[in-house]
Design a protein around this ligand. Structure first.
Ligand code: 0RA
Length: 637
């Protein structure tokens, strides 16, 4: 078969493969929404990270271009450009068009692959209307172009010699297929969060993100790796010891790296990664770590007589306020679970357990001050838990939450079908009143929330449950809380937070989100939680009215609809200013309204944001609220 025979058997197979990707994109990249779109970038970056893991690359640049394309440039070895024997085509073309060819077609290229879902760059190509590659290797610069995944004839070119001191590397630039994706707009923040995380997880690799649409840019380079990750996560918290605990080791070709630091918070957070993938559902690396941690701390506490009258410390006591990052690299990771983010390799449990047992044990012997600080915090937590139990907190909780009486302030809907029912959680009694009058009572329930609910970050569950507003919300939803939360019991599958579009509204919404995030997280994970988007302005012109969500919306309407000459521009200062009809028409009527679904985009980022907003440090919180209060994209969750 010659290279210009477009219809050889191999080529037909290739075209069928790409067609399969375009027909069922979700099978390859999870979804075709914004998440799937960003996945394309991660897939390309993962290939560059693979080069870094193999030791050939230490700089990656991601650029968002004004024409809607993204490019990823690395200084790795460059994608091979010689002829691929089996296909009789340039290897570059094979890698870009054959499913799963990736870098792994010689199988020995990499020890460890971060290839997220391992689908390879050909999937990105298949889902791009256009893709261009530039490779610097073998003494020259090579380019190739593709459209809808297919190579353009005669476009594989050697364009010039490499300069003597010029570095090798790869640039892949692609224009996502608008016919396939629900949105093709890349979000700087989303990419920034993931790239920062990758830079933490791969110390020494410099990752730059440039946004040519706005002239923004961020550069991440962390020589300290996951130690700096923990520092970053704890930035606004009060640490119980100065130095970050860190150890690494390797066994059976599996690399293990762990960093941690204890804080005085009530909430702990352990972030576990396998081959750079955030294993949100946990897995064997996490289990191994927890088991060893509990044992090492108990051993230390017992042999140093720190347990007081306690029998032992439970894992949950020890992990209270602990921030940890676990990162393992495995030659053949198995991902399980609903979202394929649970590490399944059984041998990893024992490996992480014994490495942690040995290294953490040694660390504690050598750093008794740190060991004592951590043990004492755990002892305090254990005593608090015991006290709470003694006070028969459990029975109180049960009766408080399982009572079938719905809260008096709730105006419930008629529907008993959770899939059709909506709960509006409304700021303030006056807006609550309008919402009750304006709603469609068949499926819309209203719960007014007064003022600021309790700051849930700062209190243990028993205190949180003493708050009337919180109890009303929990009872209305009907699914319990914390460990006893059962999403199948939720009485509504849409929980819509309706707060004013001002700083106070943002604050109340954050308090509510904190409660949901910390204690009813499955609701967020299931996509049941939304923020209503009431309009900020109403523009009248010649008997027509137009509602605007933002200032720029308003300006556009004035420009396009009102001849520059509106009869009236009204600014809604709060929900309470709208009459019931207006509230229904603009914010509650499913025909017209805009809802923003709240997702846990990134547990690390969310955890950090909640800490900034709710934690002890006041200045970063003020700054954060200032920066984000009026921004529609103000949270990642
Ligand atoms: C296949 C084989 C080799 C490298 C790559 C692919 C490669 C792919 C990408 C994608 C983005 N950047 C990349 N850099 C490299 C190994 C080549 C060799 O052995 O020299």
């Amino acid at each position: 078969m010659s290279q210009d025979n477009e219809y050889g058997a191999g080529q037909i197979q290739v075209l069928e493969g790409l067609e399969a990707v375009r027909k069922r994109p979700a099978m390859y990249i999870g979804s075709t929404d914004s998440r799937g779109l960003h996945h394309l970038v991660y897939e390309v970056v993962d290939n560059s990270i693979d080069e870094a893991l193999a030791g050939y690359c230490d700089a990656i640049e991601v650029a968002l271009h004004e024409d809607g394309s993204v490019s990823v440039t690395d200084n790795g070895r460059g994608i091979p450009v010689d002829t691929h024997e089996q296909y009789d085509r340039p290897a570059l073309e094979v890698i870009m068009t054959v499913l799963h060819a990736g870098g792994k077609f010689d199988n020995k290229s990499y020890q460890v692959s971060g290839g997220l879902h391992g689908v390879g760059v050909s999937v990105v190509n298949a889902l791009s209307q256009k893709l261009e590659v530039e490779v610097k290797r073998d003494g020259a610069v090579w380019t190739h172009r593709f459209e809808h995944g297919e190579p353009k004839p005669d476009q594989f070119q050697r364009i010039r010699d490499l300069e003597p001191d010029e570095d090798t590397g790869t640039t892949i630039r692609f224009w996502p297929e608008g016919e396939i994706f629900e949105t093709t707009e890349f979000q700087f923040k989303t990419l920034e969060n993931r790239l920062r995380e990758l830079a933490f997880l791969n110390s020494g690799v410099e990752i730059t993100l440039t946004d040519e649409r706005t002239d923004g840019s961020s550069t991440f380079l962390f020589e300290g790796g996951i130690r700096e990750f923990v520092e970053y996560l704890n930035e606004t918290k009060t640490a119980l010891h100065d130095e970050i605990i860190y150890y690494e080791d390797e066994a059976e070709n599996i690399e293990v790296e762990i960093a941690m630091q204890a804080t005085d918070e009530l909430q702990g957070s352990i972030h576990a990664f396998a081959n750079n993938i955030n294993t949100r559902e946990g897995g064997t690396h996490l289990t191994g770590f927890k088991t060893a941690l509990t044992r090492v701390i108990n051993d230390y506490a017992r042999s140093n007589n720190l347990l007081d009258d306690l029998d032992s410390l439970k894992g949950e006591d020890i992990r209270e306020g602990l921030t940890a990052v676990i990162s393992i690299k495995h030659p053949d990771p198995q991902f399980e679970g609903q979202t394929k983010t649970k590490l399944g390799n059984s041998e990893v449990r024992g490996i992480v357990e014994s490495i942690t047992h040995e290294q953490l044990g040694t660390f504690f012997e050598e750093n008794p001050g740190t060991a004592q600080a951590i043990v004492m915090k755990a002892v305090e937590a254990a005593k608090a838990r015991r006290a709470a139990k003694k006070a028969e907190e459990l029975t109180r909780r049960k009766s408080a939450l399982e009572s079938t009486a719905l809260p008096g302030k709730l105006a419930d809907c008629q529907s008993r079908d959770p899939t059709k029912s909506e709960l509006f959680v409304v700021e303030g009694d006056s807006a609550g009143g309008s919402a009750k009058q304006g709603r469609d009572r068949k499926f819309q329930a209203i719960l007014p929330i007064k003022g600021k609910i309790l700051n849930v970050e700062k209190h243990r569950l028993d205190r949180i449950l003493e708050n009337d507003e919180v109890r009303a919300l929990i009872t209305a939803i009907g699914a319990g809380i914390g460990d006893e939360f059962d999403i199948d019991e939720a009485r509504y599958q849409r929980i819509i937070l309706m707060t004013d579009a001002d700083v106070d509204g943002a604050h109340i919404r954050t308090l509510l989100l904190t409660l949901l995030y910390r204690h009813m997280r499955p609701l967020i994970e299931a996509g049941y939680v939304y923020a209503a988007q009431p309009p900020l302005y109403r523009v009248r012109y010649r008997g027509n009215t137009y509602d605007a969500m933002t200032e720029s919306d308003r300006d556009r309407i004035v420009e396009e609809k009102c001849n520059g000459n509106p009869t009236q521009v009204q600014r809604f200062k709060g929900l309470g200013e709208m009459n019931p009809d207006q509230l229904w028409e603009t914010t509650m009527n499913p025909e017209n309204r805009v809802l923003k679904r709240i997702t846990v985009e990134d547990a690390a980022a969310a955890d950090r944001m909640f800490s900034i907003l709710m934690g002890d440090a006041v200045e970063p919180r003020k700054q954060f609220i200032k920066d984000h209060a009026t921004d529609a994209e103000w949270v990642d969750i």
